[in-house]
Write a protein that binds this ligand. Sequence first.
Ligand code: ASP
Ligand code: MG
Length: 241
Amino acid sequence: MRIVQKYGGTSLGDTGKILAAARRVTRLAQQGAQVIVVVSAQGQTTDELIAAAAAVNPRGAAREMDAYMAAGEQLSAGLMAMAIGSLGFPAVSLTGWQAGLVTDGVHGNARILELRGDRIRRELEQGKIAVVAGFQGVGPGDDITTLGRGGSDTTAVALAAFLKAEVCQIFTDVDGVYDRDPRRYPGATRFGRISYDRMLRLIENGAQVLHDRSVELARDHGITLEVLSAATGAPGTIVGP
Ligand code: ASP
Ligand code: MG
């Protein structure tokens, strides 16, 4: 069984949350699953990086913005691999380029084109948990690219497609997909299951729970997603055909 689990920024917001995620993925791996963990930058890191970049140069080159912003996910990946290591399980952190995620050259909004090489498969076969930095890849000329805000979801779905994972779970700070933002509308109702197309319409209308390209990619490759709470791990919303 091959499983991709993605953890968003709020789900990695402090040491306790990182260790809780590490325990969940380690349990799965101990049960014999091959686990690929995709991580976002912690908390508000990406916003802070963007503000810090703007403070030195409000019109910084897109190439350099990508090099700088991608570091947020790289920090999370190293930290998560060490958290898993603290539980006595082998893990390896991989940046987008180490993982082989090749993109086009559109800095700040790159599209994933292929998974090059077999680094992830090799690490999994050696019994390790692969922790992949989300939101990034490598473009033409070996430059670092980023996938657009919220793009770690798309990293997770792309890896699930390329590696033929049976499960792709998106762990977040809400317990599923709602018809309205549950943090603003207490009366919002949660979907047990939602189609790709309905999900895309919700995103068009402002829902931020999933990156739009992750849903398109899931639809195009027939990947079923589950959006669920990192706090409880209780069954969430299935996004599927
Ligand atoms: N850290 C990036 C962002 O804030 C990517 C992501 O979280 O998916 O947009
Ligand atoms: Mg997100």
